[in-house]
Design a protein. Structure first.
Length: 388
């Protein structure tokens, strides 16, 4: 993996030495066919002398996350110098990405290195699918995350589309990427993608927009429950992709990319279980059921291969939140969303009072505390009235 990353940050096809960022041909966000200004008869998958180069924010947030993971791996294995090296790489690429790619409201779709103008679209307004991913990967800090989420909310209020999970908005003119099927509103050129909705929901749940994150999950649930099908993308009017309207891949009613992104938001965002290393040795439990109006929940997650699991029951009462937790030998950080207009009075674990911090994220309030090597425990958070 280190060899692969070293290649990516050194090869002239992948790395821009001037800006010290990952570069790519002019594609639509993270997709794999390039703009050729009409010089190619169909979708263009090759790099050549006519390639239009630029910087795409999603590539750089992806490598930021990869560098952070490499730092984690090396630290876990006691390779502290290597861990520091990758941590420094992560800090540097994040800083450069935010300086060069951020436009004040969201990340610019494509920062051009090769001058080219595409008529028929205001590229300064194009919001592309990697923006929510930038948040979840950690490259966008809280302030930028809030700005991106509000941008999606604004477009949701002003769009005629059935959802705001755009692949890119506004889209490019019909067919300019080499296939007439890539008209505005189709596939990666402005189609509505559950994979974007899932990432957006996860980001919203994490950054103080819990009700919005829940709303996305509910809308997706209602959509797929009515048909028992889920597609990679939909037209803005809600009709799904078909084999006749797709380029690649072919349309499938059992898409796993979008559904897994929604599942990611449901498990880590709403249920709030995040494995921070492996086999639940170090985890975060952050239930956000109050944002969904749910007073009683039972959650159980298990890895089939190791049979390692985490379980909890959640009960919200007028003056308390109760959690029964089962996660043997886990280090756990608890980050528990409080009901609206509530504050923490005290936290008790198996009858013993525990120190806690109360954290405010936007208009949401959380009770934060951690425990080491826990087994089966009972937590009671006593609440009192108070504005966040």
């Amino acid at each position: 993996m280190e060899k692969a990353l070293s290649y990516a940050i050194s090869h002239p096809w992948r790395w821009d030495k001037k800006n010290n960022l990952i570069k790519r041909p002019y594609t639509i966000d993270t997709w794999d066919f390039a703009y050729t200004a009409g010089e190619h008869e169909w979708l263009q998958f090759q790099i050549n002398d006519s390639t239009f180069w630029g910087l795409m924010h999603g590539d750089n947030s992806g490598y930021y996350e990869a560098f952070k993971i490499m730092a984690l791996f090396n630290d876990y294995l006691g390779r502290l110098k290597q861990a520091e090296k990758w941590e420094n790489q992560a800090k540097k690429i994040k800083k450069r990405m935010n300086r060069i790619c951020w436009n004040g409201r969201f990340y610019t779709h494509f920062v051009k290195l090769t001058p080219i103008e595409i008529k028929g679209v205001d590229e300064t307004k194009q919001l592309s699918l990697s923006n929510p991913m930038d948040i979840n990967r950690g490259a966008a800090g809280h302030e930028k995350a809030v700005s991106i989420i509000k941008e999606y909310q604004k477009r949701w209020q002003n769009t005629d589309a059935f959802a705001e999970w755009f692949s890119i908005d506004p889209p490019f003119p019909d067919g300019i990427f080499g296939d007439d099927k890539l008209k505005a509103g189709a596939y990666i050129n402005g189609g509505i993608m559950p994979l974007v909705g899932g990432e957006l929901s996860r980001a919203a749940l994490e950054h103080g927009f819990e009700s919005y994150g829940v709303d996305i999950l509910k809308r997706y649930f209602n959509m797929i429950s009515s048909t028992g099908e889920t597609y990679l993308w939909y037209f803005p009017d809600g009709s799904p992709s078909t084999k006749e309207t797709s380029t690649s891949p072919e349309a499938s009613s059992s898409d796993a990319w979008g559904s897994s992104a929604m599942f990611y938001a449901f498990i880590e965002g709403l249920c709030g279980i995040k494995d921070q290393t492996k086999i639940f040795q170090k985890i975060r439990i952050a239930p956000r059921w109050s944002a969904a109006g749910v007073e009683n929940a039972e959650v159980s997650i298990e890895y089939a291969a190791s049979e390692k699991s985490v379980r909890y029951t959640y009960t919200q009462k007028k003056e308390s939140i109760e959690l029964e937790v089962e996660c043997p030998w886990s280090d756990v950080f608890f980050h528990i969303l409080l009901p609206v207009n509530s504050k923490v009075k005290s936290v008790y674990v198996d009858g013993r009072q525990l120190d806690f911090n109360q954290k405010t994220i936007e208009n949401s309030c959380y009770a934060d505390f951690d425990m080491k090597k826990i087994g089966n425990i009972f937590i009671k958070i006593h609440l009192k009235e108070g504005k966040h």
